[in-house]
Ligand binder design. Structure first.
Ligand code: AMP
Length: 429
């Protein structure tokens, strides 16, 4: 199918051509026609599948229609709610990219962690599309600065994630401030449990679109699991992987902010161009780090789950799980940061024995076994943890040929003096 079949305004198809898109992705083919017809939607489609355009193009179509009708209103017509600042900024960038030829397009983002001044100015002026994280939008609603009385289309992006982050009451308050006649489209990995109940309350005769399930194989992403005997061994495995020649850029995940800082420090001392990214950092610094990643000044980014949401950098060749995620869904979100834009990616999980329960849960969630791998000279001395691992695995054999050369000399596990890696302490993500 080509974009022509979607009957998009010429102003939008021109922008898609300029972006180099040749044809719509599956989620775009499935969601754009009903979204443009005003239907409420429940969409499950993994990140990287082109889902942003699948709601942004219909949203921009509404903006164009209002331009033609020369209707003047105060307050935005389209509201997009996202769980994190990074995702909000990414969606805003998509709005500007796809809407680059829409005359006088006005897009504003309202996210936490940045000063109120510029946001207030943007909210006061005329506005087409508002992209917000729920908490900060609630602040502006409370002070009467945000007007949602003209919202025609409400998008809840990564709704499951927003509920996980405790935004349920905020989302309900925000939707109550929008007209009942609005169109609502919800994106979520799952529509069971609380997300399903929210959908039931907010959507009217919705159409369900399930493009490629979250548990589907990531065809472009090779997954590997390395068992580590202990923490030192895990560090040695990481050090080896980061020096492989195929490594362009790596996103290394830790479980906590503190671990992210600690590991970034350690890798920095080893000479890597590395930074950490987590929710405890001021927004300005987070933006600079992301810029460093995009411009390839950084080769390694050590991040926590929340901070890494929405990172879309095509040159990330490796995702490395140094600390396992708290939730199995996050594994899928993490590995989706590589293998973007048609490239292939490698997702490596470094697990210690005590992680076997989570490895098992991840494998059950993805209905896939993560193939085990070893590095010559760095093989685990202890046998793999059996019970959880192989409960539903078909083969316990290590894949042959997964050997990645000798252990680099002089790369003894390194731990900076005076710093201890402790599992205690703040577990802020
Ligand atoms: P998303 O799932 O919205 O995060 O999009 C993932 C990536 O796919 C982004 O880098 C988009 O720029 C890109 N993209 C979206 N739609 C298309 C398309 N039709 N053709 C090629 N790339 C696309």
């Amino acid at each position: 199918m080509s974009f022509d079949a979607l009957n998009l305004n010429e102003v939008l198809t021109r922008a898609l051509k300029a972006a180099g898109y040749e044809q719509p992705t599956d989620v775009q083919t499935s969601a754009i026609p009903p979204a443009m017809a005003g239907t409420d939607l429940m969409v499950s489609s993994r990140t990287g599948s082109g889902k942003t355009a699948s709601f942004m193009l219909p949203a921009l179509t509404r903006v164009l229609a209002s331009r033609q009708a020369a209707v003047k209103t105060r307050g935005p017509r389209v509201l997009v709610l996202t769980p994190t600042r990074e995702l909000a900024l990414q969606v805003a960038k998509a709005a500007m990219d796809y809407g680059r030829f829409v005359p006088g397009l006005r897009v504003a983002t309202v996210v936490g962690g940045v000063p109120y001044g510029a946001q207030l100015a943007a909210l006061r002026g005329p506005l087409d599309i508002l992209i917000a994280t729920p908490g900060r939008l609630i602040d502006h609603l409370g002070s009467g600065k945000a007007q949602l009385g003209n919202i025609e289309m409400l998008v809840l992006d990564e709704a499951d994630r927003m509920l996980d982050m405790g935004f349920i009451d905020d989302i309900r308050l925000i939707t109550e401030a929008t007209p009942k006649t609005r169109q609502t489209v919800m994106y979520s990995a799952t529509f069971s449990g609380p997300v399903g109940r929210l959908a039931q309350d907010l959507l009217r005769t919705p159409q369900r679109i399930e493009v490629s399930s979250q548990t589907e194989a990531h065809a472009d992403i090779e997954q590997r699991l390395h068992w580590a005997d202990d923490f030192e061994h895990k560090n040695a495995l990481l050090d080896h992987i980061l020096t492989e020649r195929s490594m362009e850029q790596a996103l290394v995940f830790t479980s906590t902010q503190r671990d992210a800082d600690w590991l970034a420090d350690r890798l920095h001392e080893m000479g890597h161009s590395v930074a950490s990214l987590h929710g405890g950092m001021p927004q300005g610094r987070r933006n600079r780090v992301l810029q460093g990643l995009r411009s390839q000044h950084l080769r390694v980014l050590v991040a926590t789950d929340v901070a890494a949401r929405g990172i879309d950098v095509a040159t990330i060749s490796h995702v490395i799980n140094f600390g396992l995620p708290m939730k199995e869904e996050d594994y899928v979100h993490r590995i989706g940061r590589t293998g973007r834009a048609g490239r292939s990616g490698l997702a490596v999980t470094l697990a210690e024995r005590r992680d076997s329960g989570m490895i098992h849960r991840i494998q059950r969630y993805t209905t896939q076994r993560i193939p085990m791998a070893t590095i010559a000279g760095l093989e685990p001395k202890r046998a793999e943890p059996k019970p959880a691992m192989h409960a539903d695995a078909r083969s316990g054999q290590r894949p042959a040929g997964k050997s990645f050369g000798p252990r680099p000399s002089g790369k003894a596990p390194f731990r900076p003096a005076g710093k201890t890696f402790s599992k205690a302490g703040p577990r802020a993500r």
